[in-house]
Design a protein around this ligand. Structure first.
Ligand SMILES: N[C@@H](CCC(=O)N[C@@H](CS)C(=O)NCC(=O)O)C(=O)O
Length: 268
């Protein structure tokens, strides 16, 4: 039984308390991580899988992209660190941030490598945009989707080799972090306990690894080629221990299959 309740837009708008507006058509890593944090903590939250970022979403949430965490009286939270901080303050069944200051700094620095501007997810998006634009939409995202994202996330074709190199650098970084923790006899990236960093790693690897229909039945067919393209570009560079760790984190802590929104996929 998950603490996430998937609702439609009218229910989310009428409700009070924490509401998480997330990507409703694809398992976007930032959205999936935010959902995973609430789930692992057992913190009740209404989840709205929003179909696309549009004017209505902007007018309602004040945000330019998803996820957005809305609460009754506080400004909308859109950044991974703010969403994590809110969930941590709320408590729940476990803490997902190390308490010791040096460990906390390391946790957030590493999380930024995955979730931050210029990090793994950001670079992955540039690679998928590039695949669509350079192939005329025959690979990766369609041209309209690629153009939309290119304008919004400052795509320049010449950045792509550096983006791929950065992704490989981040994978090597996490491979080393996991190897050191495992050598010290620990299960997770930063020691004996699950932290949000394990959740970020698991969700940010999702679209760089093959994703079967059954793993995420609501994934919109039109975005699937983008993920397949990313797998071609970077999948073989993902160290097997990170793939195994992702599998363990999903199997042990996160909901599976990945649910994106309330409605049945056939009616979406
Ligand atoms: N603000 C988020 C990043 C969220 C983000 O990049 N969201 C993308 C996920 S693909 C998005 O909403 N893209 C669709 C759009 O921008 O319209 C954070 O820093 O944690």
């Amino acid at each position: 039984m998950s603490s996430l309740t998937f609702v439609d837009v009218d229910t989310a708008r009428a409700a009070s308390g924490p509401r998480l507006v997330v990507a409703g058509g694809l398992p976007s890593p930032w959205s999936e991580a935010a959902k995973g944090i609430f789930h692992v903590k057992g913190l009740p939250v209404l989840v709205l899988g929003y179909p696309r970022v549009d004017e209505a979403l902007r007018a309602w949430t004040g945000a330019m992209n998803v996820p957005v965490l809305l609460t009754d009286d506080e400004p909308p939270r859109t950044g991974w660190a703010e969403i994590l901080a809110f969930a941590e303050r709320r408590g729940g069944s476990v803490s997902l941030i190390p308490t010791e200051p040096e460990a906390r700094i390391r946790h957030h620095g590493l999380a930024h490598e995955l979730c931050g501007e210029g990090g793994f997810g950001w670079c992955a998006r540039l690679v998928m945009i590039d695949g669509g634009l350079t192939s005329g939409g025959s690979r990766s995202f369609s041209v309209p989707i690629a153009q939309y994202l290119a304008g919004k996330y400052s795509y320049e074709p010449e950045q792509v080799p550096a983006a791929l190199a950065r992704m490989r650098e981040i994978l090597a970084l996490f491979d080393g972090v996991l190897a050191r923790s495992r050598a010290a006899g620990h299960r997770y990236l930063l020691g004996a306990e699950l932290t949000a960093l394990d959740i970020y790693l698991a969700t940010f690897l999702t679209h760089a690894l093959p994703l079967a229909d059954a793993d995420c039945p609501q994934l919109l067919p039109r975005v699937r080629p983008g993920f397949a393209y990313l797998v071609e570009q970077i999948g073989a560079d993902i160290p097997p221990p990170l793939i195994a760790h992702r599998k363990y984190v999903f199997e042990t802590h996160l909901p599976w299959p990945i649910v994106l929104r309330a409605e049945n996929p056939s009616t979406a």
